[in-house]
Design a protein around this ligand. Structure first.
Ligand code: ADP
Ligand code: ZN
Ligand code: ZN
Length: 738
């Protein structure tokens, strides 16, 4: 029997290896290729896997290998470069490769379904076709003609359209195909050749913007990381648009990553309008499955010049990637917090490095990680220190609320300032990062407090829906009218949530249109967009909300921003609390005074002398961040060290700790110098959703040192008997210690 090829397949399963299969019966070996899907037997079921390698032999007994059932593609679905990134990420973040690969595919393609069929066949240029110099083809005018025509339609043209424009030309098409300059493609819906009408003109860049654009443009052909630190409203998006246009003009693709909440219809519109005819593919979670798949396919075919998406778009197939942009690179939503816990920002850098193109990280409040890299010249630091146009940076001030009687959480001074601005016809934004009516419900007679039965946490009162709601596990129960403990006392809400703030302010300003933006008020699809557009139309004068209000939006009419509660951030349990607080303050503050009217920002605090607050206010975010970096270095914390958090949880309180203790023992036996193990300790909220939780922290000076430990240690951990009594996970470069 001739030695058969072995397929190494990534099968979606919580296992850390590839699986070897023999080719399907009757399958032409020529058709087998890396990057194609195969249906394979797996246990008692069948799964849809992706071929990651073809080998001549197997480490296992070849006679015992199972045969794959069916090859699902006639060509690769993903290119080797894209697959290598997935393998790298699975390795680095210690997540099963099959799940990582499946997660990178559109939902339908994760099952064994065929790729979505599309309207009609057409032709388009390949990337080498786009680079052909017409002067080199002087003797083949028909070829030049066809290249020219298709060159103007990056998305391809239908056959009918081509024949209509240049006449019958099958022979020419075949010649160009043989040279690798032209390929068949499938066109989505209507033909893409319609001229774009509403292209808006680029703005003239100011000096700082122009310098940033030039710095990146000078190095488009090589890997390099640029940290663009630009104050809110300084025109970062404008810089991105200019760069995108340059890269598109070279026939390359651009990947733009934005945080969850930053991907507003406004941003999409701005991109589409400014990029004229270049197709923009959007990849985000609220798309339909079909819509996602089509966008993914247009990225994969090269038809989409720009892929604009949230976190998971970092894995989209991009054959011609020429630039990566990560907007709001400090944003927590760029890190996936469950399952495959990857950082889209960090992977964006890895991806750019692998394909030899630049990556631009933009933020008004860069992460300490990126800032350190910039200060140590590993990243190039671009700065936009001023607001674009005529707008000026708002002034920040502290409001000492010690021994001040608050009204609905608002001090009399802030109330008066609000009144003044409203009377002058301006908009006011009040920021409170706590949704619901009140964070606490208590009985004044017996002291009972509404606790979640499944978490070490209090229930939040949501009065409009008459519910007690745990924000940690999601459990809800109806509101009692009498105390469930003593049966006597009436229940009183304590503290402020956005719902209560809205109620009190509406009483105080009965004539004023007040809008609340938080997860509850925007639950319905499209409602956030509607509310934002109403705000811009001036339908509301008083804007209340959580961090949903703080990101990316433009509210030109806002002249006063009040931040009600920052003190949590000053003394939070997490060492990153202060950094997050500072970012939040600056981001919220950035909503004010974005047009001609100057803005003011007032921060209520009971710790007005806190050194971090003082630095932030007097000298700005950069100074704050530099001071924080000094503290981190002295404490040996990230970014001056690297961490991995092993979390474990179980119904019995002793199981997580004993598993982690056993694990810590194993680690100590194999770890090299420069790595430390802390814990195990109970999680800050020990019980959540009925499970007890604990964690173990691994900290080390170097990434390779930690990675070497993980590679040896985790397989042993997986084999531990005690590991079966817990649910546990690995978080490499954790962003939250919860
Ligand atoms: P950022 O992304 O830094 O918040 P944007 O790119 O959204 O900033 O720009 C903020 C505002 O300034 C927008 O209204 C934009 O149209 C305007 N703007 C940006 N660059 C310029 C420029 N060079 N000249 C005039 N206005 C500009
Ligand atoms: Zn009571
Ligand atoms: Zn709970």
């Amino acid at each position: 029997m001739p030695r058969s090829v072995i397929l190494q397949v990534a099968v979606p399963a919580p296992l850390f290896s590839l699986f070897d299969y023999l080719p399907p019966v009757g399958c032409d070996p020529e058709m087998l290729c890396v990057g194609a899907r195969v249906r394979v037997p797996f246990g008692n079921t069948e799964r849809c896997g992706l071929i990651l390698a073809l080998r001549k032999g197997s480490e296992q007994d070849v006679d015992k290998l199972k045969k794959a059932i069916e090859l699902l593609e006639s060509g690769p679905l993903m290119q080797p470069g894209d697959l290598e990134l997935l393998r790298w990420a699975a390795d680095y973040y210690q997540h099963p490769i099959g799940e990582v690969v499946a997660g990178a595919l559109p939902v339908r393609l994760r099952r064994c379904l065929p790729q979505a069929r599309t309207a009609h066949a057409g032709w388009r240029l390949t990337s080498s076709g786009r680079r052909v110099d017409p002067d080199s083809l002087k003797r083949a005018p028909r070829q030049v003609q066809l290249l020219g025509l298709l060159g103007k339609s990056p998305g391809g043209l239908s056959r009918d359209e081509v024949f209509l424009r240049v006449g019958e030309c099958r022979q020419v098409v075949r010649t160009l195909e043989k040279k690798g300059w032209l390929e068949t493609c499938e066109l989505q819906g209507e033909s893409n050749s319609a001229p774009q009408s509403t292209r808006s003109a680029p703005l003239e860049l100011n000096e700082h913007q122009a310098r940033a654009v030039a710095a990146v443009t000078d190095r488009l052909e090589q890997f390099g990381v640029f940290l663009m630190e630009g104050v809110t409203g300084s025109g970062k998006t404008e810089v991105y648009l200019h760069l995108v246009n340059r890269v598109l003009a070279r026939g390359r693709q651009v990947l733009v990553l934005v945080p969850e909440i930053g991907l507003t219809p406004q941003l999409m519109e701005r991109f589409k309008r400014r990029l004229g005819g270049a197709p923009v593919a959007l990849l985000h979670s609220s798309l339909s499955e079909k819509g996602r798949e089509l966008a993914w396919q247009s990225a994969r075919s090269g038809e989409a010049g720009v892929v604009l998406g949230t976190r998971s778009a970092v894995f989209s197939p991009l054959p011609d990637l020429g630039l990566v942009i990560v907007d709001e690179e400090h944003d927590l939503s760029l890190k996936q917090q469950e399952g495959f816990r990857y950082s889209a920002r960090d992977l964006a850098v890895v991806r750019a490095q692998r394909c030899g193109c630049p990556v631009v990280l933009g933020s008004a409040t860069p992460s300490l990680e990126s800032l350190r890299n910039a200060l140590e010249a590993r990243y190039r630091h671009l700065r936009l220190p001023q607001r674009a146009g005529s707008a000026v940076i708002p002034t920040l001030g502290l409001l000492d609320i010690r021994s001040v009687r608050l009204e609905a959480g608002v001090s009399p001074t802030l109330m008066r300032m609000t009144e003044e601005q409203l009377a002058a016809g301006n908009q006011v934004l009040i920021f409170l990062n706590r949704r619901g009516y009140a964070p606490l419900l208590t009985c004044f007679d017996c002291g009972w407090v509404a606790q979640c039965r499944r978490c070490d946490a209090r229930m939040t009162l949501h009065l409009s829906s008459r519910l007690l709601w745990c924000h940690h596990c999601g459990s809800q129960r109806p509101l009692d009218s009498k105390c469930p403990d003593c049966g006597q006392g009436s229940l009183k809400p304590l503290g402020q949530g956005t719902e209560r703030l809205q109620e009190s302010l509406q009483k105080r300003f009965p004539e004023t249109g007040i809008v609340r933006i938080d997860r509850d008020s925007t639950r319905r699809k499209g409602s956030l967009e509607q509310l934002l557009s109403d705000i811009r139309k001036g339908r509301y004068s008083l804007l209340l909300g959580t961090q949903m209000l703080s990101k990316g939006h433009h509210f030109p009419g806002v002249t006063l921003v009040g931040i009600l509660d920052v003190d949590q951030g000053l003394y939070g349990a997490d060492y990153r609390a202060a950094e997050r607080m500072a970012q939040q303050i600056i981001q919220v503050a950035g909503r004010a005074g974005r047009a001609e009217k100057p803005g003011r920002v007032v921060i209520q605090t009971r710790h007005p002398d806190h050194p971090l607050l003082q630095t932030l206010l007097k000298n700005g975010y950069s100074a704050f961040a530099r001071e924080s970096l000094v503290e981190r270095r002295e404490a040996g914390l990230p970014p001056y060290s690297h961490q991995v958090l092993i979390r474990a949880e179980a119904h019995r309180i002793e199981d997580p700790v004993s598993f982690l203790e056993e694990g810590a023992g194993l680690a100590r036996a194999v770890m090299g110098p420069g790595v430390e193990i802390w814990g195990p300790v109970p999680a800050p909220m020990e019980r959540r959703a009925g499970r007890f939780r604990a964690h173990l922290l691994v900290q080390g000076e170097s990434r390779p040192g930690i990675q070497a430990l993980l590679a040896r240690w985790l397989p042993e951990l997986r084999r531990l008997k005690s590991s079966r009594r817990v649910r546990w996970s690995v978080d490499v470069d954790p962003q939250e210690m919860l």
